[in-house]
Design a binder for this molecule. Structure first.
Ligand code: PDD
Length: 295
């Protein structure tokens, strides 16, 4: 049975309770992180913690947790939920006010919640076993601060469900000017003639930890280069390859968009190379991330 962390306690998931006055419940007033656990260790924890702290600061939640406090809680949670490949969800809300009012309650203490679940969608060991996903394009109807990892995910949820209703895996979003932003729960890369591009990490997208790692690996390896630039819709359909990235899905090729085949429809050579770099990095750092407490 999964043991979760809630406001200082470790308890079975079914027993965890929050107040109906919690602002996460009433207003979607909070932020979150999703961190993969590979080989029993949290992968890219420092990068996820930096983003969480940035999201908290952007929405003005003052949470008095330093690096050590996060580390202590997470190591205990990992110990209570053994597993080599999992996904960690962390949510911090503004807490429960006495009454429902829009302004920040002065009396509320932030609610801190964390849970681990099995991670099924990650890359298989052999990249040859990866099947390209299918996607549709949709107009991005979300708000203007997509850089904050907010729990107010209604826009993302509706976009994603539209993709599932269309029997595809992901919705690729375009702004009102027809420029690529990101997926409903992923970042997007395009490849043309060996050149890799992804939209800039401005307020219109979430700056993905996987996106940043992919860019870093591509530029360090130097076989290819990656530019962050505006990508018009046409380029999606003319691309040799399109990929999506996220902590849970890692780096996946897209084979079909709006019913049109991308490139050959099969995982491309550039994806193969970059996914290989990513896997090698993950294996090398497999024992270096945050790990369970030993006592
Ligand atoms: N989503 N863009 C959006 C809108 C996302 O929701 C996510 C991740 C990403 C990729 O970010 P990262 O590489 O840091 O996971 C980009 C997570 C996995 C989720 O909401 O479940």
């Amino acid at each position: 049975m999964s043991i979760v962390y809630l406001n200082g306690e470790y308890l079975p998931q079914q027993e965890a309770r929050i107040s109906v006055m919690d602002r996460g419940f009433l207003f979607g007033d909070g932020v979150y992180e999703v961190v993969p656990v590979f080989n029993g260790h949290l992968f890219r924890w420092d990068q996820h913690l930096n983003r969480l702290q940035r999201s908290l600061a952007e929405i003005r939640i003052d949470l008095d947790w330093d690096h050590d406090k996060w580390q202590k809680m997470l190591r205990t949670l990992l110990l209570k939920n053994p597993g080599r490949t999992q996904t960690l969800y962390i949510q911090v809300t503004r807490g429960a006010g006495v009454t429902r009012r829009h302004g920040f309650p002065t009396e509320a203490e932030p609610t801190v919640f964390a849970m681990l679940s099995p991670l099924e969608s990650h890359l298989p060991d052999s990249l040859n076993k990866v099947s390209p996903i299918h996607a549709i394009t949709l107009q991005d109807h979300r708000w203007q601060r997509c850089d904050i990892k907010s729990i107010s995910l209604l826009g993302n949820v509706l976009h994603h469900q539209e993709a599932l209703d269309a029997k595809v895996d992901e919705a690729i979003l375009l702004n009102a000017r027809g420029e690529l932003t990101e997926g409903s729960a992923t970042n997007v890369f395009v490849v043309k003639d060996g050149e890799i591009s992804t939209p800039p990490a401005d307020r219109n997208i979430l700056g993905g930890v996987t996106r940043d790692l992919a860019i870093e690996l591509i530029n360090t390896d130097a076989r290819y280069t990656c530019s962050e630039r505006i990508i018009p819709k046409d380029e999606l359909f003319l691309a040799d390859e399109v990929w999506i990235t996220s902590s849970n899905r890692e780096i996946l090729p897209v084979g079909v968009i709006d019913g049109c085949t991308v490139g050959t429809g099969q995982p491309g050579a550039v994806w193969h190379h970059v996914a290989g770099l990513y896997q090698a990095f993950r294996q090398q750092s497999g024992n270096a991330g945050l790990k369970p407490a030993t006592n």
